[in-house]
Design a protein around this ligand. Structure first.
Ligand code: SF4
Length: 322
């Protein structure tokens, strides 16, 4: 596993290097990937090294089981990058790690033995950086489990190393069960022509793309940043899915907005930006109790059950009692 010194080292790819603007103060890409030792050394009392309770929900090596109908399968524990705000930052190994076939069989047996599991989410680390041979094996096995309805992949690879997605990758993923890919992208600057080409490969093969974004101060904490990002994602055929409130990871206070600020941003998007560009603003409840939507409320009830609805411009309207 890693140690603190490893975590504080910069780790990113050639593609990211190409889009970092070293001359621009607070460049939204450099903020995400370049270590700021001074800020990251400030640990707030509410921050923890395992903010979403992965340890509590780990059942066997490679499996995190939080909800009855889905599991996370982590075929590869390390990433090609270390995002400075990552909720697994203090746990991501810096050396290359991949489940052995024996460990993988243990994880697959866990999935095979629980008929309630309907969805398998490949997460990480970077699942799409798993060796092709092992990825093919995983998909072959999952496709043979009757109770699995869908496979989801959470990945940053199309952003940080789009050239690693090949026709062979697509061929492996396309077999049999429906596959959804969720791409982690935080600022429109990350969406280069290469990223678009990579997304085209998936979508043209019939694999739907969704996105997840971490709400990060300085990276996308203005309504214009989010608007530009979500519009651009739609133009490359990626549906914005989640906007994550920044988790209580040790040393990430400089990235975190308040929930109220997040809700105000979502209000600004509503109405001004098409519904297809709107993600759900979510919070992972600390210690592994799952995700909940925390977007703004537009409906209120008074003591007499009278209903007031607020429109996107903030004007209130009465709605007939029910
Ligand atoms: S790619 Fe994802 S898992 Fe890897 S460091 Fe970044 S946020 Fe964490």
């Amino acid at each position: 596993m890693n140690n603190k010194t490893d975590v504080l080292k910069n780790k990113f790819t050639k593609k990211i290097e190409e889009i970092i603007d070293y001359d621009r103060p607070n460049d939204p890409v450099s903020l995400q990937f370049l270590t700021d030792i001074e800020k990251e050394s400030i640990i707030l009392k509410e921050e923890i090294s395992d903010p979403i309770g992965d340890d509590r929900c780990s059942k066997i090596k490679g499996i995190i089981h939080r909800y009855p109908d889905r599991v996370l399968l982590i075929p590869k524990g390390d990433c090609l990058v270390t995002c400075r705000f990552c909720f697994r930052k203090w746990k991501l190994p810096h050396e290359k790690t991949e489940l052995t076939y024996e460990e993988l069989e243990g994880a697959l047996d866990y999935i095979r033995s629980d008929p309630q599991i309907w969805e398998v989410v490949l997460s990480g680390g970077e699942p799409l950086a798993t060796s092709e041979e092992k990825l093919e094996y995983i998909f072959k096995q999952l496709n043979n489990i009757p109770h699995i309805g869908v496979i989801r992949i959470h990945t940053r690879l199309p952003i940080v190393a789009p050239e690693l997605v090949t026709e062979k990758t697509i061929k492996i993923l396309k077999k049999n069960k429906p596959v959804f890919i969720v791409i982690h992208c935080n600022n429109e600057k990350e969406i280069t022509d290469d990223v678009k080409k990579c997304c085209d490969l998936f979508v043209d093969s019939g694999i739907p793309l969704l996105s997840q974004t971490a709400l990060l101060k300085g990276v996308n904490s203005e309504a214009e940043d989010l608007e530009a990002l979500f519009r651009k994602l739609i133009t490359i055929r990626v549906k914005p899915y989640y906007l994550h409130h920044c988790d209580l990871v040790e040393g990430t206070g400089h990235f975190r907005t308040t929930i109220k600020e997040g809700q105000a941003l979502m209000r600004k998007l509503r109405g001004n930006v098409s519904g297809i560009c709107q993600p759900t603003y979510v919070l992972d409840i600390p210690n592994g109790y799952g995700k909940v939507p925390i977007g703004p409320d537009y409906v209120s009830f008074d003591a007499n059950e009278l209903i007031t609805v607020m429109d996107y411009a903030g004007t209130q309207h009465q709605y007939p009692p029910q």
